[in-house]
Design a protein around this ligand. Structure first.
Ligand SMILES: CC(C)(C)CCc1c(C(=O)O)[nH]c(=O)[nH]c1=O
Length: 311
């Protein structure tokens, strides 16, 4: 039995990794994921300059998941490029993911130029949940802007690149986004980012639990699995088959990974549960997924990937 996968032209000896933003802020965290059973890692979304992010508390775990308004704290793209370029030397042939996010198109292109000028030989993940011009929704919900960004990006960048997408909730939005995404030579789409602007309340103190944005924040964990699975499958149904899918959202067990793969995912990313359990989680997840595959008589994830049945 193998949980190996191929994504963005690279082979991975299993199909699981961290989600950007979790266990990927600095070299200690990235090395912890590197030295775990995860197949690879993705960095925290790097920006042109380092960022402190929002005031704390900015992350909170609840019974069914998490809420965060981190505000994009990160060490800057140069830090992550230096780290991964060195890591590639220590692990020749291994493929890593670098997440980036600009605050406008010019910044996205400047970030990609830095990647081009570096020794980075992995896969770029462009975070489209990034903020947009004031008065407009996040980029991932501004379809014309997504189209313009991808056109400009693929005019200048010709190495493996995927996009991290926010969740969509309307079938027409799946149709409209897929129509745009299918125009471009994307290696993959990664669905989903956190469900934006949720609110969690401490009933005893009658207070929100995070400081930024009057307590509003992105929701992750068990709360989001149905939405994550729907987004993975909706894009699997609609995208050219050469655009693969990374499934992110609500993964706590091997069963959750099995469901993401059944919906069409070629790789999965773990966020909230990784934050809770630490990188050792990848040992449990691997064992659980392999047990399910053995029980069902599958020897590889391609035996069941995308093969969700309808009634
Ligand atoms: C929400 C943004 C700050 C615009 C992007 C970074 C990000 C954050 C964050 O750094 O607050 N949290 C998430 O759950 N997803 C993200 O993509």
């Amino acid at each position: 039995i193998s949980t190996a996968t191929t994504l963005a032209g690279s082979n991975f000896d299993n199909c699981m990794m961290n989600a950007s933003g979790v266990y990927c802020m600095d070299s200690d965290e990235l090395l912890a994921v590197e030295n775990s059973k995860a197949a690879t890692f993705v960095t925290k979304s790097g920006t042109l300059q380092p960022r402190k992010g929002n005031p704390e508390p900015r992350y909170f775990e609840t019974e069914f998941g998490s809420i965060n308004s981190m505000g994009l704290p990160n060490n800057g793209v140069d830090y992550y490029l230096d780290f991964v370029s060195q890591d590639q030397i220590n692990h020749p042939g291994k493929t890593y993911f670098l997440s980036i996010t600009g605050f406008n198109l010019a910044e996205d292109l400047e970030l990609l130029q830095k990647v081009t000028d570096s020794d980075f030989a992995g896969v770029v993940e462009l975070n489209l949940s990034c903020p947009n011009v004031p008065g407009k929704p996040q980029t991932g919900y501004d379809f014309e802007t997504v189209d313009a960004i991808l056109k400009a990006v693929f005019d200048v960048y010709h190495k493996p690149l995927g996009v991290k997408l926010p969740p969509y909730f309307d079938i027409i939005h799946f149709d409209q986004m897929a129509e745009i995404l299918n125009k471009y030579p994307l290696s993959y789409v990664n669905s989903i980012n956190s469900i934006g602007n949720g609110l969690y309340i401490n009933d005893d103190t009658e207070t929100v639990v995070i400081k930024p944005k009057q307590g509003f924040g992105g929701i992750g964990g068990e709360y989001v699995k149905p939405t994550a699975l729907a987004n993975v499958h909706a894009f699997y149904q609609r995208l050219n088959k050469d655009i693969q899918i990374i499934g992110t959202g609500g993964i706590q067990t091997g069963k959750d990974i099995f469901e993401h793969i059944l919906c069409g995912a070629s790789m999965v990313q773990v966020g909230t549960a990784l934050m809770v359990e630490g990188p050792v989680i990848f040992e449990r997840l691997t064992a659980e997924l392999e047990a399910i595959m053995a029980e069902k008589g599958y020897s590889s994830i391609e035996d069941f990937r995308g093969k969700l049945n309808y009634l």
